[in-house]
Design a protein around this ligand. Structure first.
Ligand code: KIV
Length: 281
């Protein structure tokens, strides 16, 4: 299967074909997702919580993102990969934003970058687009500014908040972004924005009526144990499976049940020759 492009995603919107994307931070997850036919992969800065063990996304650096994007690209060479601009990589100035977006493409060969924020980051979106890079907007619950939002809270539930989101969405499209992600937004608002915009509008916790869905891999695979947001559907319990396997492994070792004969390499020369060798010492 060949890698999809922004044109494919536009056509999928026109044809009502939904896009499936998931976050990935490492080679095996990216490879499994590609084998499963995933349309798109996000190396989210959620990597800070899901993979690196931080409390939030703020400590994630450009170097962290680049390293994990490289692994994901190696695991999924034929999938559209999105690098997530971490906190501090684009807020300071449009020039900094372009410099860091360029790093994503040159060092990790991603297909697009995503950044959080609405009208306040329009100069950054425009500058990155002008550099020829595909930008994905991200509004609603924006984890990097969750402090300002008063925590990890759904957005767009009141008229004032929905009006703000709609204005942000329109401004992001006008600035040249090629896709928009809505996080933790009521489906009524999602549907309006998805119909209003020409570009594909995707949801993470923003309901069904839009052009596709994103989920954090650690959540849907039952790997992230700290909390599971309301909007997540858990498809399997990797943590439980891993813990059970590790327990069995520990028990096997303590009881000398592992390794078995089939797990070892046998000598090729004769036992007698080996006995003579051991007597030399
Ligand atoms: O970092 C991430 O995975 C994200 C999602 C929460 C959208 O930005």
């Amino acid at each position: 299967m060949s890698k999809k492009t922004v044109i494919d995603f536009m056509n999928m919107k026109k044809n009502g074909e939904k896009v499936a994307w998931v976050t990935a931070y490492d080679f095996p997850t990216a490879s499994f997702a590609e084998q499963a036919g995933m349309d798109m992969l996000l190396v989210g800065d959620s990597l800070g919580m899901v993979t690196l063990g931080y409390d939030g996304t703020i400590p994630v650096t450009m170097d962290d993102e680049i390293r994990h994007c490289q692994a994901v690209r190696r695991g999924a060479p034929n999938t559209f990969v999105v690098g997530d601009m971490p906190f501090g990589s684009y807020q300071i100035s449009p020039e900094e934003a372009v410099k860091n977006a360029v790093r994503f493409l040159k060092e990790a060969n991603v297909d697009a970058v995503k950044l959080e924020g609405g009208r306040r980051v329009i100069p950054q979106i425009k500058a990155i687009v002008d550099a020829g890079i595909v930008v994905i907007g991200h509004i609603g619950l924006t984890p990097q500014s969750s402090g300002q939002l008063g925590g990890f809270k759904a957005q767009g539930r009141t008229i004032d908040s929905a009006r703000d989101l709609i204005k942000d969405a329109i401004a992001i499209e006008e600035a040249g972004a090629r896709m928009l992600l809505l996080e933790a937004v009521p489906p009524e608002v999602t549907e309006f924005i998805a119909k209003k915009l020409q570009i594909p509008v995707y949801s993470i916790g923003a309901g069904l009526p839009c052009d596709g869905q994103l989920t954090i891999c650690g959540d849907m695979l039952g790997m992230f144990q700290a909390f599971t947001p309301k909007f997540v559907k858990v498809y399997c319990q990797v943590a439980e499976t891993e813990i059970a396997a590790f327990k069995e492994y520990v028990k096997d070792i303590k009881e000398c049940k592992f390794p078995e004969d089939k797990h070892v390499y046998h000598i090729i020369d004769s036992k007698e020759d080996f006995d003579k060798l051991f007597e030399e010492f």
